[in-house]
Design a protein around this ligand. Sequence first.
Ligand code: GLY
Length: 382
Amino acid sequence: MTADIKPVAAGETVRVELGARGYDIVIGPNSLERLGTYVDALDKGARLAIVADASVAALHGETLRQAVKGKAEIAAEITVPPGEASKCFGELERVSNALLDARVERGDLLIAFGGGVVGDLAGFAAAILRRGIRFVQVPTSLLAQVDSSVGGKTGIDTRHGKNLIGAFHQPALVIADTALLDSLSERHFRAGYAEVAKYGLIGDEGFYSWLEGNWRDVFAGGPARIHAIATSCRAKAATVAADEREHGQRALLNLGHTFGHAFEAATGYSDRLVHGEAIAIGMVMAFGFSAELGLCPADLEDRVAAHFQAVGLPTRPSHIPGGHNAGALPGPEGMLDLIRQDKKVERGALTFILAEGIGRAFVRKDVPDDAVLAFLSNRLRQ
Ligand code: GLY
């Protein structure tokens, strides 16, 4: 079913073209207040099951309830503790049982209300509940609005690494209310900004240059923020439409993630290093590694690092709290072990997203272990 979604005032709607599974991303301030109208357009009279981040529910739950009042019945409201630790088997079991306790049916709509953690966890619960129910993403963090809520990757973490258990399950709709970002901490806004900059670094030098000149306006809110989010969503939507299941170019979206995920694993997915910070360091390292392999000019690493530094993002392993201390991060061999759990590993061969220039990223398979080890030996000291 396709909804006839009109953009909110001063906002934009981006379409993810996936045929019968295609959907809209509605971007703009206060779009949450119109959730009932959007749900009505999607499926008149649908029953809703809300799975929300507990902090988001406390702040904005009433707005959501008012938005659907008189339009849709709420069959269940389930909250999830904030933080990456909730993306686990235990929470998946608890949420799934709560949905079944509330007799949530296959025809009902699950609303994932929160940042990337809730989107991934609730999306995965939707993918497997009664063999799959539809869900709507209502992302409340910048990171979720520009990346994790779009594209249908859902899942949980295990002791082996991040997102290793999951499913592709596309949402039926994404509502990105940009006004909700005003209640985000500066640290988490910055972390989400790393994903915005990623789209420029992967394939759009013009956008990256625009961000270098206008990032303060993006942080301040208003039209620049909406432009940055919509540009990011358009880039993501095009990539997902071309390669939904990551057989090829979707892997580009993992620029900075191979090193970044290893740092997240090494720091226990804790507040010591949040995802966007990890990939900021990872993206700088991806440009450094590309230069070391002779693939791009050496000064590009400095250009990326300079922008991230200006924004306030970490750019080196030593910027990770405790990262300087001997033993606080694994050595090169330990990092390589963590990298081996990456989903891009094929028959044991390491795949990296590297770059020939700003906006010119590419996928490189068969990167030799010794090249990675040599690079890590040097970089983990910085
Ligand atoms: N966040 C990477 C992807 O959606 O493919």
